[in-house]
Structures are given as C-alpha cells and as structure tokens.
Write a protein of this length. Sequence first.
Lengths: 116, 116, 116, 116, 116, 116
Amino acid sequence: MSNSTVEKYKKERQKSDDIVMKYAGAPIKRFYSLDSQVYHDGALSAKTKELLGLVASLVLRCDECIKYHIMRCYGEGVNDGEFEEALEIGLVVGGSITIPHLRRAFEAWDELKQTQ
Amino acid sequence: MSNSTVEKYKKERQKSDDIVMKYAGAPIKRFYSLDSQVYHDGALSAKTKELLGLVASLVLRCDECIKYHIMRCYGEGVNDGEFEEALEIGLVVGGSITIPHLRRAFEAWDELKQTQ
Amino acid sequence: MSNSTVEKYKKERQKSDDIVMKYAGAPIKRFYSLDSQVYHDGALSAKTKELLGLVASLVLRCDECIKYHIMRCYGEGVNDGEFEEALEIGLVVGGSITIPHLRRAFEAWDELKQTQ
Amino acid sequence: MSNSTVEKYKKERQKSDDIVMKYAGAPIKRFYSLDSQVYHDGALSAKTKELLGLVASLVLRCDECIKYHIMRCYGEGVNDGEFEEALEIGLVVGGSITIPHLRRAFEAWDELKQTQ
Amino acid sequence: MSNSTVEKYKKERQKSDDIVMKYAGAPIKRFYSLDSQVYHDGALSAKTKELLGLVASLVLRCDECIKYHIMRCYGEGVNDGEFEEALEIGLVVGGSITIPHLRRAFEAWDELKQTQ
Amino acid sequence: MSNSTVEKYKKERQKSDDIVMKYAGAPIKRFYSLDSQVYHDGALSAKTKELLGLVASLVLRCDECIKYHIMRCYGEGVNDGEFEEALEIGLVVGGSITIPHLRRAFEAWDELKQTQ
C-alpha cells in the first residue's frame, strides 16, 4: 500500500459511497455519521479505538474493514509491536479461520511500511 | 448489471451447479430444490420473500447471495425505496461490518437500473 | 407469552436499558434511536419490516432479538402462514444450526396465540 | 447426562418439535428429513458423520447442537481420544471464543461416561 | 458482580476447566496457555489488550467471554468512559444484534462498580 | 487445480507466511505450530481430521481454508463419495448461505481429479 495505492483505495471507496448516498435515506446517513464518530479521540485515544476496530474486523473476517483500520492505525502512529500484538489477540480469539485475513493484514502493513 | 451481465452471471452459476450436480447425492439435490421452493408465492409474496432473502444474505455477508437476491428483487418489481429500506434494516442489525457488502449491493442495483 | 409474560419481558428490557442509558454517550443513544427508526412504516410496511428483522435475527441466531420481533410481528397482524414462511426462509438460508432457535420461535408464537 | 437426563432431553426436544410440526409447511418438514438423512451410514460411517456434526456445531457455537451430537457420538462408540481430538480441531479452527462451549462439551461427555 | 459473585464465577470456571484438563491432550493445553499469554503486558498494555478482548467478544456475541473480559478490564483500572467507548465501537461494528449482550455487559459493569 | 496450480498456491501461501513470520512474536508462531499439530494422525486418522477441517471451514465460509483442506483431503486419499457426504453435512448445518462456497469446493475437487 504505497501512497498511490492508499489514494486509489480512498477514491474507489468514495465512488462507492457516492452511489450509496444517491439512494440512502436518513438512517443510512446517520449510521455512516455514527460509524465515523465512535473512532474520535475521547476517553480512549483514536489510536486505541482504531486497534479495537482492527481486532473486531479481524475476528469478524472482513478484509475491507481490516484494510481500512490498518491504514488508520498506521496514520495514528501504531508501531510494529502494537500492531502485531493486536492481531495476536484477534488470531487467538477468532481461531485459524482468521489466518487468511491475518496474512493479508501483515502484507498490507508491510507494503504500507516500505513505501511511506 | 446489464442484461448481458445478468446473462453472464446466470451462465457461470449454471456451469458451477453442473459440476455440483455431477457429484451430488440425493441430499444436495433435495437441498437445492428446497432452496428454490421457499421463495415461491404463498402466504407471503415472492417479492417479500426475496427481500427476506436479501436481508438475510446481507447480515450473513455473502456477496454472491446478495447479488442473486438483488436480481430477483428487481425481477419482482421491488422499487428504490423498498430496496433501500430493506438494506437499512440489514445495516442496523448487522452493523458497520456489512458496509462493504452494502456498497456492492447499491452498485449492483444502480447498474441494474441504468441498463435495463 | 401471555399478556403478563409480554409485560414482564418489556419491564425487564426497560430495566436493562435504564442501566445502559446510565452509562451511554451520544453514539449509543443515537444507535438506539436508529434501531427504532428503521422499523417504521415507509416504502415497506412496518409488518414487512418486522418480518425482515425476524429473519435477520434467526439467521444470526439471537434468541432475544427473535423474541422481540415475534412480539412485534404479532402486534402488526402477521398470521400463521406468513410467520411460518418467513421462518422457512431463515431455516434454509441459515441451516440446521438455527433449529434450536426455530423451536423456541414456534413455542413463543404458539404461547402468544393461545393467551392473547 | 445420565440415562434419565438423556431421556428428559429427548422428551423436551420432541415436545418442541411437536409445536414446530403443528405450524410447519412442507419445506420445514423436508428440511427435518434432510437433517436426519445426511448422518446415516454411507461412504462415511455414521460415527465419522457425527464427529463432523459435532465440530461444525462447535465452531458455530450452538450448545444444543453440540449436546445432540455428543449423545449421538457416544451412541456410535466414539472413544475419549477421538472425542478430544475432534474438539481440538474445533478449538483451533474456531478460537478461544469456543472455549465456553468446549467446557460444556467436556462436562456433558464426562457426565455421560460416568452414568452409563 | 459482587466480590462473592466474582469468586463464585471463578470457582465454577475452574471446576469446568478441571474437567477439560482431565481429557485434554497437548494441543488444548497449549491453546489455554496461548490464550493467557496474549493478554500480558507488552508493546500494548494489559489494559488495552483486555479492551481488545472485550470488543472482540462483543462482536462475536459470547456472554461468558464478555463477562470474563469485563472483570479483567475492571481489574486493570478501566474507567466508565473507556468501558463505554469500547462498547460503542462493538455496537457500531456488530450492529443491533449485539444489543442483548450490550445490556448484560452494562449490567455486569454496574454491579461490579456498586459492590467493590 | 493441476499440479502446477497446487504448486502455485503453495508458493503464494509460503510467501504470505514469510511476511507474517517477519513480524510474528511467539504466540503467532505457537498458533501456527498448533494449527499443524491438530491434523496429525492420532486417535483419529489424518484423513478424518482433514474432513473435520473441511466441514468446519465450509460452515464458517472461508474459501482459502476450504481449498487448503480439499488439497489435504485429496492427499489423504478421500474419495468422491466421502468428499460429497462431508460437504452434504456442511450444507445442511450451514444452510444455503454456504452454496457459493460449496460450488467452489466441487469445482476445485473436479479440477484436482482431472489433472492429477
């Protein structure tokens, strides 16, 4: 995930969300707003919250969600050790069924680190 | 999902099912038959049943199943408002983990509407 | 689920929600509000929406959620045939793993019908 | 799970299924029949099939389903080592989230062994 | 969850685990050891790790797991605001299907706070 | 899945795991070791264990995991009838939501058989 990969990802996501918003009524718009709000700094830091989002996404096995939180974790200054320990918990809680997602998570992290 | 996309999808599905049927014993064949039967008109209309299948597929996060029920919903005359409200329920029940599937659902719906 | 059982259920739910609200910040309150809003009459009737909520709850195997939507379905005038056909879809989509919940769903429905 | 516990369990299950069957249309009846059929002796023995049902139930975390397959495994002559190794796989595939079910599985097995 | 409730809970858990260990081969023992190890202080604090375990348990909807991590969070000095914000994320990621577990989580937290 | 497809798959998997291991601490390494250990011959044969892994992967709907266990089942001498009956159980337990994975499973099996 080089800068250009991240930019490309964001553009595609935006394009998709534009289509969602073309049809969305108030509840979907409110859900989107809520989904952004819960990751803001508060009693817990945005960094900790992104780690929570990452582990929740890993145990529920959603690659797009994992990828999104990896980019956000990286942006919030999560380091290698913190990233790895969060994924350890996801792996132990969620079991070997999460391993394909774990692989893609470390690949995305590795790419992100090498190019930024 | 233009007419040709829908046709292509149906052909691939048929090709896959031909391979399943090459190996399938009676229980798999009976399951396939049951899976078709429960969506027929009855006390509930086929249209309502397709919406039930759509929401079940969204909360269980199966893109192929969502896509299939979108095409069937479209065929049963579901309109934009009905489609959006069904997905709203799926989103609220299933949470933000369903959002990547929600995006693809609206993209497929949008494509279907523009080309048919 | 006689009238008194329904009342008891509602009271316990309210008591629990009072504790949630004692701690809840804005996002949880907004989620609760959203969770109520998506089941209101709109392009789809409240009755259809409750059936969507019921099937989503069955395939995700949440007894409390199933029970709640059963009471709401009953209140919206869902009849035996409609109820059964919605559960059929949940069973076929979600598989035999839903059977224990299916049993409790029919037991609750049967009790509700006999006492109201 | 003494003989009397197993008997009690079977009676309750039958009573529940009687209520299901009071409302069930053809698809639910066919599903029940299918659900019985796939565990019969065939290319795989009934014993192996019960182990498959047990592990599927463990990773999907359904206590009633686990309990049912434990009784059936016991009936098919599964021994301690076979039972433990099947659960090992379920634990590793499904992760620590299965541990509460794993505990109840070994408790049921232990009770079954001590009283029969 | 008064001190005596917590003690009772620990005793029952130990009793169950004693039965697991009566049958467990090396892999289950290693899994248990791993399951303890990943929550130790490291690059991330034990406190953050317990919050990760809590949110993972909420989105996977396991009451026993939630309860366990609540007791551990309390022991690690998590405060009301931190606890609530972690659950907010779980609710938004996992959807309304988590609400019954959310209710029990706040009830357990409330009880824990009032009696210790 | 010809020999060359299987080889390609193994190489990609190895490449991914190399990246995982670049970051992995002791718990992830131990989990990987455990994940290999539970499928070894023991009270249950490796063949039966691969079938358990296959069905667990099907009901949890993980294509990579299914693919992996299919190759291993094939290697352990599972025949068509055994393979089909294991998948029957997965389909009935997991429901129609598993059908897209079932299709890919039979396609992979069919390819494997035709080219080896």
